[in-house]
Design a protein around this ligand. Structure first.
Ligand code: GLN
Length: 273
């Protein structure tokens, strides 16, 4: 038996402080703030052992979000698994730009392509109760995670369909189509670093220039957009020019790129005429 505060003190030295706290809170089924208030309590051996094995896996590189099975996004917590990309803070820009184009008082149809854990689809469904969201993914196990998240958040205005990009949506019409597709070039060294090593390759990499899936989506989306409907895509920092060109070629108007907080290309969008 050892006190929670001394166990944490030791663990913080080897891992990031925040990470050690997240992992111990997860083992105990408590919040981080609970830990601060209960530093004088003893940790039993079984819990200490579970914590130590998570620390070991973290030191070997496994993402904290996969070890705890959770990641915060927008204003909720999502369950994640190695079948899904770990939601990124920068993707909240995609949500903000989407919401800015969805009046709250209208019943509209939105598609989220490659939804993963459901992050974007669920944020839109939560903020726009009148909107119907249909989210697709090529991975059944990702869809199971996303559907579990929708249930946990009590969101009934989102539906999940299995298949590639727009393929499960044939014949439908949308007011807005949004996607955070894979956009990293296949030979990009980042794929061999950090959390990315553990995430699904199919959710990260897309061909020699990283644009393979973006090309598919921009090619197919206009046919499913209502007149005046929007297409919004997240992409890499050096892809704004290429994505805008693809959108214009596909006949979209009002094409622009929105920069993230670091002033880098992050989201491009265009409108069906
Ligand atoms: N933004 C992520 C990264 O570079 C990639 C996410 C994606 O491919 N959609 O780590």
């Amino acid at each position: 038996m050892a006190r929670i505060d001394s166990i944490l003190r030791e663990a913080r030295a080897g891992t990031g402080a925040g990470e050690a706290e997240l992992l111990l809170a997860h083992v105990l089924g408590r919040s981080r703030t609970w830990l601060y208030a209960h530093g004088d309590e003893e940790l039993d051996d079984a819990a200490a052992q579970r914590f130590e094995s998570l620390l070991e896996r973290r030191r070997a590189g496994e993402p904290v979000a996969y070890l705890t099975g959770q990641r915060g996004f927008w204003r909720f917590d999502l369950q994640v698994s190695p079948a899904t990309l770990i939601p990124r803070a920068e993707t909240e820009l995609l949500v903000e730009q989407t919401l800015a184009r969805l009046p709250a008082d209208r019943e509209l149809w939105v598609a989220d392509l490659g939804t993963g854990s459901g992050a974007v689809a669920l944020a839109v469904a939560m903020e726009r109760p009148l909107v119907h969201v249909i989210a697709t993914d090529a991975s059944e196990s990702a869809l199971a995670v996303a559907a579990g998240n929708a249930r946990a958040l009590g969101l009934g205005n989102v539906e999940f369909r299995h298949g590639n990009w727009l393929q499960p949506l044939a014949g439908m019409r949308f007011d807005l189509i949004v996607s955070n597709p894979p956009y990293i070039a296949e030979d990009d060294a980042h794929l061999g670093q950090g959390d990315l090593r553990f995430e699904p390759r199919s959710a990260l990499a897309a061909g020699a220039d990283g644009l393979d899936d973006i090309r598919t989506i921009i090619g197919d989306a206009p046919a499913l957009l209502a007149s005046g409907g929007w297409l919004l895509l997240e992409h890499g920092r050096d892809q704004g020019g290429a994505v805008r060109a693809l959108m214009r070629e596909a006949g979209l108007g009002e094409v622009e790129t929105v920069l993230d907080l670091e002033q880098r290309d992050r989201v491009s969008l265009g409108r069906a005429r």
